[in-house]
Design a protein around this ligand. Structure first.
Ligand SMILES: [Zn+2]
Length: 294
């Protein structure tokens, strides 16, 4: 049995939002057992739990909450938190979007590791799926979670752009595997989409310092951190989006050409399965009450 964890001390990190371009400060504070992860927009006075039913916009990043009161691009920070086994955390942020930093979750991993994790007095509540749950998207995209003794993540992508092409990875996730094999992988954007994104009010904070810039056939800004950095980043995103289950997940997650919408849809399904499992386990109690009432 593993005990729930929180941060050893408060951390503050400043940076710019990838899509909003806004300079923001995020303050990560320890939280008590059972609280889970929650965001607090200190500028508008809103608290948003990091749960799948709070998911808002899912284009090019995952946001939580309603427009105007949302927190955007939460996935890299959440990924670092759950990747390292951090269960309870309050993230105060004075703007609409989590800082993008270098486009990976490595800076968050470094900060969280510096602060350290402390154990709390309650057991962690991992949810192990007992049957396969699947979500299918358009154009042959899909994601599912299968029963497994451990958390394994397998991801495959297939982009027509030759700089990316077909890539796949399969890992059993532990904090060290997460930190070494996924955390350094950076987000990426296509130069050909840049003007379109800007016109939609997105990518306002994008730069060569915070994403891999993909041209027609090459990476435009320096060398990759891994030959398959793209699929590793997609896996990093998936780990962050699955944090929206609100408790550790045990199972084999398999994703093919998925993205934030499918990731969060699976997180919602897992939450529903966990809720009905909870109901099913409580059934004998209800039955005996019903019998006693006869
Ligand atoms: Zn990402």
């Amino acid at each position: 049995m593993r005990l729930q964890t929180t941060l050893g001390r408060t951390i503050s990190v400043s940076g710019v939002g990838l899509h909003s371009g806004r300079a923001v400060r995020a303050t990560l504070r320890p939280a008590p057992a059972g609280r889970g992860i929650a965001f607090v927009r200190t500028d508008v006075g809103v608290v948003i739990p990091a749960l799948a039913e709070e998911a808002g916009r899912l284009e090019y990043a995952t946001s939580l909450g309603e427009p105007g009161r949302e927190v955007g691009t939460i996935e890299h920070l959440l990924s670092a938190a759950v990747g390292l086994g951090l269960d309870n955390l309050t993230v105060e942020i004075d703007g609409p979007e989590v800082p993008i930093l270098d486009g990976s979750s490595a800076p968050w991993v470094a900060e969280i590791r510096k602060a350290g994790l402390v154990s709390l007095g309650s057991a962690a509540r991992p949810f192990a799926v007992t049957s396969t749950l699947s979500v299918h998207g358009e154009e042959g995209k899909w994601i599912e979670i299968r029963p497994s003794k451990e958390l394994r993540v397998s991801y495959s992508i297939d982009f027509p752009n030759p700089a990316i092409g077909r890539q796949s990875i399969s890992l059993v996730l532990t904090p060290d595997v997460y930190a070494d094999h996924l955390a350094p992988a950076r987000t990426f954007g296509f130069l050909a989409e840049y003007d379109y994104l800007r016109s939609k009010g997105l990518a306002q904070g994008a730069s060569e310092e915070n994403c891999i810039v993909v041209g027609d056939s090459d990476v435009m800004n320096g060398s990759l951190r891994f030959a398959d950095e793209f699929v590793r980043h997609k896996t990093l995103d998936l780990v962050g989006d699955l944090a929206l289950v609100g408790r550790p997940v045990v199972g084999h997650v398999v994703a093919h050409r998925a993205g934030h919408a499918l990731h969060t849809a699976l997180a919602r399904k897992i939450r529903q399965a966990a809720a009905s499992e909870h109901l099913r386990r409580s059934e004998p109690v209800h039955e005996s009450v019903a019998l006693a009432g006869r």
